[in-house]
Design a protein around this ligand. Sequence first.
Ligand code: AMP
Ligand code: MG
Length: 535
Amino acid sequence: MTQSSTLCLDELVFDNRFIRELPADPLLKNSRRQVKKACFSYVQPTPVSDPVLVALSSEMIDELNLSKDSDTDPQFLQVFVGNQLLNGMKPYAMCYGGHQFGNWAGQLGDGRAINLGDVITENNKRWSLQLKGAGPTPYSRTADGLAVLRSSLREFLCSEAMYHLGVPTTRALSLALTGEKVVRDMFYDGHPEYEPGAVVCRVAPSFTRFGNFQILSAQNDIENLKKLVDHTIKTDFPHLDHSAQDIYLQWFKEVCTTTADMIVHWMRVGFVHGVMNTDNMSILGLTIDYGPYGWLENYDPDWTPNTTDANGRRYRFSSQSQIALWNLLQLAEAIYPLINDTKPLEEILQHYNDYYQQQYNDMMANKLGFEQSSEAVEELAIQLLQLLTVVETDMTLFYRALSKIELEESIYMQDSLLHEFFEPAWYQPDQVDGNYLSQLKAWLQNYQKCARDLKLSEEDRKNRMNNTNPKYVFRNYLAQQAIDKALEGDYSMVHELLNVFRKPYDEQPENEIFSAKRPEWARHRAGCSMLSCSS
Ligand code: AMP
Ligand code: MG
């Protein structure tokens, strides 16, 4: 098979190492239960009546070397809603536990995710295929195992948008309607309604979460904990030195590093995950489980999109790095029985803070156009973030506007020019008074001076800024508009957005409309300003 010819579905090569190497739940009945001494349960997807393909990711199609015509292939649709299995697929749901909002919740598991198997591509990459919303599993507890169109559309588009933004993430291959109706009480306020059911096929090198290790440790099943850790290191961390005595510590350190890297990316693009429970933390440092997530529009470090978290704001934008650290501490406790020494684990966790801070500082420096952080640049970044909260300012638009300011020029110190440049980013221009403008001018002068002192060239600065600060992000109101249309049977906006998000750092004048700040109607509208976990 040459690289250029594509595969038909039946030619996909599967290697289901997770279920081959790890202990299975011996019960095959699809009943809800507590599962012990096992990493997963075999389960079949529930067939659906009338599937319709809404969208697929052509990049993911290419990764799997499938045909570009998959969107018209009836078999593709049947397979990726769970109506048909390919040779080599052996569906299963993973067993995991987790801390939810800081409390140990016991067994959770894939309650509505069903893994189909791992595809091995020609260039030897492993891609796990997983259906989300394909029916109940032994881990569904009291819920139905299903997903609705609105949340599935949000997951499909956001994971692909994140990929193009350069943020580590699980991916999505397809989004399809099932033809079934699903009851949801969106705000848990006694107003259940029927919504269209949907299935997303998610894709990742591995869907293992911190919670997979936690559940075995909590059950004191150290034998299987060791099996899972060894399997994970071998399969998902092949580059580590497996013969090293401190391999578990090396591995944990890498999990800390990749987790920190992921959060730095979130802070760069203004992403708020919304439910950073330990069952939603990928062992590979991938953004996983797109639920009530959101994007910062006006820069507000305290913002959380999740209505369940509205009071405590545990998962607010500015807390994400510390919550990740707390989650890493839970992982450290889970794997402790394999290490039996707290000191090196503590040292690695302490290193997380230094590492995160350094990466964060460099990222903020890049956002301002500098190659790397320094004391002066750090100070500038701190002052700017403070300034962005003085008047309601769109974070994404502000950085793009800032890149257009010329370093050598003093004309920007005129009020009219400041308005011209920054007004598109201000939500309430009447908040902009003389006091604010003089603070902004003072900051810009410091910025210009700092750039000159560091001999930063205009070209380098602009290029770096426009490669760091996206122009197009998946604004909360855009998601809602795409959902509203899709509910009417019009999927055009899903395709338009998928296309715009392919090049989020490009200007794309023809797509300017998708970069606009949040319209006033969206300020307090459900789905735009806040979301519940109901999905
Ligand atoms: P989440 O908040 O989406 O990360 O989900 C937390 C847990 O609840 C996971 O174990 C999910 O599999 C499970 N879950 C969420 N929604 C459903 C559903 N509709 N049916 C079954 N399980 C669900
Ligand atoms: Mg989850």
